[in-house]
Design a protein. Structure first.
Length: 273
């Protein structure tokens, strides 16, 4: 209510709610969207962004309700279908989520986000080849955006198609030089291709900015072992284990690069072999 009991202007409420969304203050934004919807139950901007905010705070069933109301207003609302799919997937309704993404694509064949989300979903269902095809469509629509090309690289890496995976991460780095995850995975794929000196150069650059990152330290340790620099490899492994003992020990025990160190007392102590 205003100072004299009048209703707060809907446009002002929306402006303030969107400001909170930009600051990732989703709960506060939801409260303001509720005020808008109390005055204007069919306000599509409030419904859509309330649904987004509810997804952010993991209230997926409530988010689905918002998107359902939007789809009653306009059954061809591609973004509503897409975000309904996200909520369904998070709720474990995988089949329904896939159907939502298909509806989003049907409503707007250029909705790259829906192709991306469906690709991720298919990968989780271990339908890798189909996932790659769908991700390629997202890449074609938005070639300079990193998410689909990055995820394609991840899938190709899991499939041991390391040269293709490396090409993906190099593409992401070319268009998005500050994409540190892609830069890291570029190093990982170089290591998988036995190009360990180049991989170490990448890990060193990353460690200059992220010196306490256990994953990067471990990756460098692997490459140093592959290059025969066992003393340095073991020191790096010690540092990585000290930062994330359970995960790093598990990885090191299964890593073929470290097989030559399985008789080394220091290695055995570090990984509790």
């Amino acid at each position: 209510m205003g100072l004299f009991g009048s209703k707060v202007n809907v446009e002002d409420l929306l402006y303030n709610a969107m400001s909170l969304m930009e600051q990732r203050q989703s709960k506060g934004a939801i409260a303001l969207f509720n005020q808008v919807l109390k005055q204007d139950p069919k306000n599509t901007q409030a419904l859509f962004n309330k649904g987004l905010a509810l997804n952010q705070v993991k209230k997926y069933s409530d988010a689905i309700t918002c998107f359902d109301i939007l789809l009653e207003i306009d059954s061809k609302d591609s973004q509503a279908w897409n975000n309904r799919g996200i909520a369904m997937a998070e709720n474990g309704n995988i089949q329904v989520a896939a159907e939502c993404y298909d509806k989003a694509i049907e409503a707007d064949p250029k909705n790259a986000a829906s192709y991306f989300n469906k690709g991720v979903l298919l990968d989780k269902l271990q339908e890798s080849e189909e996932a790659l095809q769908i991700l390629d469509k997202a890449i074609t629509i938005e070639p300079r955006k990193p998410n689909a090309l990055f995820y394609k690289g991840i899938i190709l890496g899991k499939l041991k198609r390391h040269e293709e995976s490396l090409n993906c991460f190099e593409g992401v780095c070319k268009n998005n030089p500050s994409h540190m995850d892609a830069f890291f995975h570029k190093g990982i794929e170089l290591a998988e291709l036995d190009k360990h000196k180049r991989a170490v150069d990448i890990f060193d650059k990353l460690l200059s900015k992220h010196k306490d990152n256990a994953n990067i330290i471990y990756a460098k340790s692997r490459s140093k072992a592959a290059l025969g620099n066992y003393a340095e490899s073991l020191e790096l492994l010690r540092q990585a284990v000290s930062k994330n003992p359970k995960t790093i020990r598990g990885w090191a025990k299964e890593e073929p690069i470290f097989d030559k160190l399985h008789t080394n007392d220091q290695f055995r102590r570090l990984v509790k072999l």
